[in-house]
Design a binder for this molecule. Structure first.
Ligand SMILES: Cc1cc2nc3c(=O)[nH]c(=O)nc-3n(C[C@H](O)[C@H](O)[C@H](O)COP(=O)(O)OP(=O)(O)OC[C@H]3O[C@@H](n4cnc5c(N)ncnc54)[C@H](O)[C@@H]3O)c2cc1C
Length: 517
């Protein structure tokens, strides 16, 4: 087998003969003398827009191993030792699947509803501004990953086996393209079915998934959790994975109240910025109209202001801004997209890193200072609105010019926008860094700044404001030896893939403990 890399024009991307000619040319062989499969696909838009392809090429006697030639052997774990997993997000569900690969019984508990039922609550937030604190864009089956953009790339590729995560997703119904694309993406219209299939794998192999059950307290004896005290009754446990995500503030308060160690963590905070997708396509592809064989263009921007990062975050081409609040009385926004990424809008977080320097006036809250800082900003955003989920917003030019906008442009945000002076409502150091950062971005992408764009407040749930410590080798909490903090909420992941990898990582440690490895 030989690996060949080549560039191919967008109009030839689906043309088999076109690919054969590129390979034949690179290897000086005839176009029909080989079999091939594409193993990597990315786009280079620096000059003329081209796909960059990596292909495996097989000759006569060589056996082609297809990317889809993999399988998973989930064991029946009905009578096996159990792990209770709090949280049915990517961390919790991938941890449950990993349990089944070892023959451990996963029992997943989530405060929210199954993916289908959850939709009603999302409609209530979008259309009536009603936030159900147990079922929303962050809580419920699949966690914050379900109604998300479904971008599947991560920078933390050293932390685990990304390929295995993608294969597990394909096994449960994701398109095989995600095994090849440099920036794989699923889309929030496809994710719910895929998550329901994961649940079927869990329950059909002896695992359990319990919905509408909020964990409210722990009964602890001799450094071990013995019972979960839940909204629906008590549950006896032997070992617990805590995968409750970055928005489960009640869990942080609970741990703090019980004097179970947690730590302050830096994160990032700012606004969501929305442009017309056609503008981003034009900037990135340097074409007036995007070629139909190219996806909606994305971008990634970053710089440093006053030694703090300012960067684009979770950019959603052809996407929608969504209300991601988890409690009444706050406004939080995030972004998602459908698999076709065909909305006329491009949105992205525009955020700056925040740390103890920024939280200084919240010092009295100790380890919860970052959380309280985040919470107050979200509440402040709500106070600028009209009691619904209409989000405070400002045109980009007005934000840079420190004036309230007289009018706002069209938006994808369904609850609607309300003009507000974000420049004087967000903490001043954050406004300063965002303004300076935007001016630096203008040097790289002038039209990004000097075109119609709207800023929406606030993008505050970028990662957890708290870390739950764990033993470096065995992954359990230093004080509670059968509690395994995991995923984004514990501070060990940021995004779907890294949360899934962390869930798997923790189960490997539990399997070691159970002498299954
Ligand atoms: C709108 C949106 C779009 C996003 N887009 C992307 C993207 O495109 N790509 C990407 O990589 N990341 C994206 N993210 C982030 C990603 O979803 C998270 O990083 C990821 O879901 C974290 O996984 P997790 O399992 O650690 O936690 P979560 O997904 O937050 O799951 C935690 C689960 O715990 C449950 N829970 C919380 N408290 C309790 C309790 N007390 N008792 C019982 N259950 C509880 C919750 O109901 C929830 O289901 C997006 C997030 C949002 C909100």
């Amino acid at each position: 087998m030989q690996i060949v890399e080549y560039r191919i024009a967008p109009h030839l991307i689906n043309d088999e003969l076109g690919h054969r000619m590129m390979i034949a040319n690179a290897l000086s062989v005839g176009v029909q003398e080989f079999q091939f499969q594409i193993v990597r696909r990315s786009i280079d838009a620096r000059q003329r827009v081209m796909y960059i392809i990596r292909a495996e090429v097989y000759f006569e006697n060589e056996k082609l191993t297809r990317l889809l030639d993999f399988q998973f052997e989930f064991k029946n774990a009905i009578d096996a030792p159990a792990v209770h997993i709090i949280g049915a997000g990517p961390c919790g569900y991938f941890a449950a699947l990993e349990c089944l690969l070892y023959g451990i019984k996963p029992i997943v508990i989530d405060r929210g509803k199954d993916v289908r039922e959850r939709r009603r609550d999302l409609r209530a937030i979008q259309q009536e501004g009603i936030v159900n604190p147990d079922s929303n864009y962050c809580f419920g089956e699949g966690g914050a990953g379900t109604y998300s953009d479904g971008k599947l790339y991560t920078r933390s590729d050293k932390r685990g086996n990304i390929k295995k995560i993608l294969q597990l997703l394909v096994h449960h119904g994701a398109h095989e393209d995600i095994l090849v694309d440099a920036h794989p993406h699923i889309g929030s219209n496809k994710l719910p079915d895929l998550i329901a299939r994961m649940r079927e794998t869990i329950t059909s192999h002896g695992g359990e998934v319990i919905f509408n059950t909020r964990v409210e307290d722990f009964f602890i004896d001799k450094n071990k959790i013995k019972k979960l005290i839940c909204s629906t009754g008590d549950i006896d446990v032997d070992r617990v994975i805590l995968a409750t995500g970055h928005s489960a503030r009640d869990i942080y308060y609970l741990l703090h109240k019980k004097q179970i160690a947690i730590e302050t963590k830096s994160y990032a905070l700012g606004v969501r910025i929305e442009h017309a997708q056609s503008l981003i396509d034009e900037i990135q592809y340097k074409q007036k109209r995007r070629d139909e064989n190219l996806p909606a263009a994305s971008y990634s921007l970053s710089c440093t202001v006053d030694q703090k990062g300012v960067f684009s975050f979770c950019m959603c081409p052809g996407g929608l801004i969504v209300p991601a609040s988890t409690s009444p009385g706050e406004i939080v926004v995030n972004g998602m997209s459908l698999s076709r990424r065909d909305s006329p809008f491009a949105n992205s977080g525009l955020v700056t890193s925040v740390d103890e320097q920024d939280f200084s006036s919240y010092k009295s809250h100790g380890v919860l200072q970052g959380l309280e800082f985040q919470k107050r900003i979200e509440q402040r955003m709500f106070s600028l609105s009209d009691g619904t989920q209409r989000a405070p917003a400002q045109m980009l030019a007005d934000f840079l010019g420190n004036r309230t906008s007289d009018a706002l442009c069209d938006t994808s945000y369904i609850p609607g926008l309300i003009s507000a002076p974000l420049h004087s409502s967000l903490p001043q150091q954050i406004v300063y860094r965002l303004q300076k950062g935007l001016l630096q971005f203008a040097k790289k992408m002038p039209k990004y700044i000097y075109s119609n764009a709207v800023l929406v407040g606030t993008e505050s749930r970028t990662s957890s404001p708290v870390r739950i410590p764990r033993d470096a080798e065995y992954c359990h909490h230093p004080q509670i030896v059968n509690l395994y903090p995991a995923g984004e909420g514990a501070g060990y992941a940021g995004g779907i893939v890294s949360a899934a990898m962390d869930g798997i990582h923790v189960v490997n440690k539990i399997a070691l403990n159970l002498k299954l490895i």
